[in-house]
Design a protein. Structure first.
Length: 177
């Protein structure tokens, strides 16, 4: 079990890291001139799916960095995946709920959703990291789920399904091809 302060420090750092790197990541694909390599890690269009990369890859990178800081925590893998999953699900839910009423996307609301989703994700991480109970089967499931999620991101960036989550809200296209 990680002491509460260590878990809290990790999560506060994660919030700051994810908000900074996630915000910056929104622009990297454009700055790269449309590089396929950049598209794999950073939002490549204005679809909700692509914008979830603003959470997925900064949180994955921070999780890798945190391995040294929180080594020995039995719930680390579950905390890493479930924080990302929470942030993504909350974003999808809040975005589609408010746009169904507003009829369009509003940048200020999107930014607030980004911040709230990051906070909620790291709150889940903190809860799991500060628990003494070891969720062994959850760690294995979360490891496999994270691998599946990252695989989906790489695959669906290049060849996006024709669903609402993958549709570029500006151009109406799917993926980068």
């Amino acid at each position: 079990m990680v002491r509460y302060n260590k878990a809290l420090n990790y999560c506060i750092g994660g919030v700051l890291f994810t908000l900074c790197i996630g915000s910056l990541s929104h622009f990297i694909y454009g700055w790269s001139g449309g590089s396929i390599a950049a598209a794999l890690f950073f939002p490549a269009n204005e679809s909700v799916w692509e914008h979830l990369k603003m959470y997925i890859f900064p949180m994955t990178l921070y999780s890798l960095l945190g391995l040294l800081y929180l080594r020995g925590n039995n719930n680390y893998t579950a905390a890493c995946f479930l924080s990302q999953f929470t942030a993504c699900l909350l974003t999808i839910a809040l975005f589609y709920i408010y746009t169904s009423f507003a009829g369009k996307s509003i940048l200020g609301v999107d930014i607030v959703i980004f911040i709230l989703s990051v906070l909620a994700g790291y709150l889940i991480a903190y809860i799991l990291l500060s628990r003494a109970v070891h969720y062994r089967s959850l760690a294995l499931i979360c490891s496999l789920a994270l691998i599946a999620l990252l695989t989906c991101y790489f695959t669906f960036t290049l060849d996006a399904p024709k669903g609402f989550l993958f549709k570029d809200l500006v151009s109406g296209r799917y993926g980068i091809r």
